[in-house]
Ligand binder design. Sequence first.
Ligand code: IPM
Ligand code: MN
Length: 350
Amino acid sequence: MYKIAVLPGDGIGPEVVREGLKVLTAVSSKTDFKMDVETYDFGGERYLKTGEILPDSALDEFRQMDAIYLGAVGHPDVAPGILEKGILLKLRFGLDQYINLRPIKLYPGISTPLKDKGPSDIDFVVVRENTEGLYLGVGGFVKKDTPDEIAVQEMVNTRKGVERCIRYAFEYTKARNKKKKLTLCDKANVLTYAHDLWRRTFAEVGKEYPDVEKDHAFVDATCMWMVKNPEWFDVIVTCNMFGDIITDLGAIIQGGMGIAAGGNINPKGVSMFEPIHGSAPKYTGKNVINPMAAICAAQMMLEHLGEKKASNIVEEAIIKVLASGKMKDLSTRSGLSTSEIGDLVVSYLK
Ligand code: IPM
Ligand code: MN
């Protein structure tokens, strides 16, 4: 019996999470996967009502869970940064979820904006460092609101943080067993300290993985290759900020935010799974948002928990739904409602 903390969050978060849970409940009636769900209402509404964002006591509770399933954070009446830092980043940092794993996979039946590219070309994984870099928030203002203002935000890279991320990426590439190629995406030509550390660590750790091909690409070139030759990639490892940016590009080439999911992984602790789209406030409560990304996140959670059978059943259902042509696209104009899409996935569970 897995204990799952569910944080539906803001905007359309609750609607897509509802469909993900519908699929998980249905698959648990067909397999040995059993879950016990605890729902938490952290998010913009609670913050506006009570001033509470995410107390430390909640983190302690989450540490006792087997996984966390998150919808979305971000509220139009709350200044940018408060909920993102106070909930999402607090969870990632506080639970030491040092990997953000983002598969970029184009499923058959889904169209990509890339000309002449298909599912066999777009199938790679981004391993994004998730606890350091520009996200740590080290810095500050001097002479704020004057013409001489200085704003500094440091890019923090620790040997430990970089090494554990790179090691995870090598292990992941080996286990994935596709092209066995790991690309380090950096900007070592300009960030000659920060990304020199990444280069040296990559070379050193790489010696332990003689069967994995090592490859380098600067982040700007990575963006170009992801569009021009996505088939070159197998696994990409990169820092927090670059990983954030290239995975939005990745989401678009795999069919859009309607399908992109990610896992915030602590290999020895509690991991969290989420659709990577935001809270899309204007669609809140309308039952029009496509929940496929949240359903894909649920599938990643099953896989991470080692529930191979349940995970395969859900992935096969996702593939069949996408190939069925019953959903025109992955946007709000799919021709189906949020709940109808959840029902459709459930109907394909074998
Ligand atoms: C993501 C999001 C977050 C990030 C924001 C909401 C803080 O864009 O998960 O990619 O930048 O990591
Ligand atoms: Mn992002």
